[in-house]
Design a protein around this ligand. Structure first.
Ligand code: HAM
Length: 429
């Protein structure tokens, strides 16, 4: 029997790890600088947490959850998303009673949804997510979008679009559902099978149906924005006004609804053209009732999650993929081996990482032998430079730096290796 990974779940091999570590490193550093603290919750939760929060008539709950009974016959689910578990943890640990009042939390974790695998859609995928819990201010929404927008820039991802809408509060949503239901029922014959069902149970989802006939019907449908109450309208206007003032581009998208029922108020989605049909690289919004609905205090919150695999696809397509720089250390003889090790340690301290969060890897040749064999290994190991320490270099207290692309070799004084490498890497360290 030939074993394979579970369908839709992928190994991340060392060759791909550079980009993962890069994204995680940039994200952590950026999020920490905005005052976020990391939170980790278990991979498994009681199934009812997700049914209650995401909604029993959503695709996630109806079709996509990995749900099973444990040995004590309890129904458990591999988390399909991170917001509900964090709401559960917030309530369980009474985080509302600890300071600061507004909790800025982030997570970088795997999620599980049993969807049909395709480009940008897997059954185990990873999210970088944030939740700002304890504020209903429109500035919380703005801050979350500002941080997200800035982080995409730090990732060097170009071409993403922010789509923005408001679903209004729970009663706005309910009122609009009645209006939309009436409108769609009158045009039932033009709807696809799924939307006929949605009209009965989850009518808002008909708004983002991809079927051509439904798109036509929905185009003329009443807008959710007409159902917003005065405070919700004012909140939405404030967010838009502030984003515009901050110079953050967004596209108001009246048919943007989300596949999770807990959203109220602002919702947004980040799309990228490199993704094709699965074009959302991230999404989020307000969920002011979730914590109360799960039995906690009345606590307003907003957040988002980015799909890491989708960001990697977009980065690969836009050729903005950062690569670590490898520097090989080749030595000849026992004395050079020891001095090479000391030099590598010294360089690791000084050339840890550059301003763009790129990693410089110093690889010491551990197999020794002829210089030719070591250079071959350096070449195969994709080294950008090789530092050579032979007899002459030891005698003269020098290091020879070989540029592996041009083949050019320069002997430099040992004391100026750091400065020379910084110059050649072209970026300040
Ligand atoms: P979501 O829209 O379900 O929101 O997922 C967020 C992102 O996760 C998507 O935009 C997409 O990039 C990625 N994603 C979702 N499903 C898959 C999949 N099967 N394969 C690959 N990537 C996927 C949430 O999960 C909310 N919890 C976000 C949030 C946080 N809202 C408020 N706070």
């Amino acid at each position: 029997m030939k074993y394979k990974a579970v369908r839709g779940m992928e190994d991340i091999l060392p060759g791909d790890m550079g980009i993962w570590q890069y994204l995680e490193r940039v994200a952590r550093k950026d999020l920490e600088s905005w005052g976020y603290d990391e939170i980790r919750t278990p991979i498994l939760e009681d199934t009812s947490i997700f049914v209650r929060s995401i909604g029993e008539n959503t695709d996630i709950v109806k079709k996509e959850m990995y749900t099973f009974k444990d040995r004590k016959d309890r129904s458990l689910t591999l988390r399909p998303e991170g917001t509900a578990p964090i709401a559960r943890a917030y309530i369980e640990h009474s985080l509302d009673k600890t300071s600061p009042k507004v909790k800025r939390l982030y997570y970088i974790e795997p999620m599980f949804r049993s969807e049909r695998p395709q480009k940008g859609r897997s059954r185990q995928f990873h999210q970088i997510g944030v939740e700002v819990i304890g504020s209903g201010s429109p500035f919380a929404d703005v801050e979350v979008i500002r941080q997200l927008n800035g982080m995409l820039k730090l990732f060097r991802l170009e071409g993403a679009t922010i789509k923005l809408n408001s679903l209004g509060c729970a009663s706005d949503k309910e009122n609009f559902a009645v209006t939309l239901k009436k409108y769609l029922e009158e045009r039932k014959s033009q709807l696809c099978g799924d939307c006929k069902e949605r009209t009965k149970k989850n009518v808002l989802r008909a708004l983002d149906c991809k079927s051509e006939t439904c798109i036509q019907v929905v185009r003329q449908a009443p807008s959710i924005l007409e159902s917003l109450c005065i405070p919700c309208k004012a909140h939405f206007e404030k967010v838009k006004e502030r984003l515009a003032k901050e110079g953050i581009e967004f596209k108001e998208t009246k048919n943007l609804v989300r596949g999770l029922d807990y959203y109220t108020g602002i919702v947004f989605e980040i799309t990228h053209p490199a993704l094709g049909s699965q074009d959302a690289i991230g999404a989020g919004g307000r969920y002011d009732n979730l914590i109360k609905d799960l039995g906690g205090p009345d606590t307003k919150a907003v957040g988002y999650a980015l799909g890491v695999e989708r960001i990697i696809i977009a980065l690969k397509e836009t050729e903005a993929l950062p690569e670590p720089t490898r520097i090989y250390i080749a030595t000849l003889g026992e004395k050079a081996l020891l001095e090479g090790a000391a030099l590598a340690t010294h360089l690791r301290t000084w050339l840890k990482r550059d301003k763009n969060h790129m990693i410089v890897k110093f690889i010491e040749d551990i197999d020794g032998g002829l210089l030719k064999a070591q250079m071959k290994r350096a070449d195969k190991g994709k080294a950008a430079f090789t530092l050579i320490l032979g007899e002459d270099e030891i005698k003269n207290n020098e290091v020879t730096i070989k540029d592996m692309e041009t083949g050019e070799q320069t002997a430099v004084d040992r004391s100026s290796v750091v400065a020379e490498l910084k110059k050649r890497l072209g970026k300040p360290c």
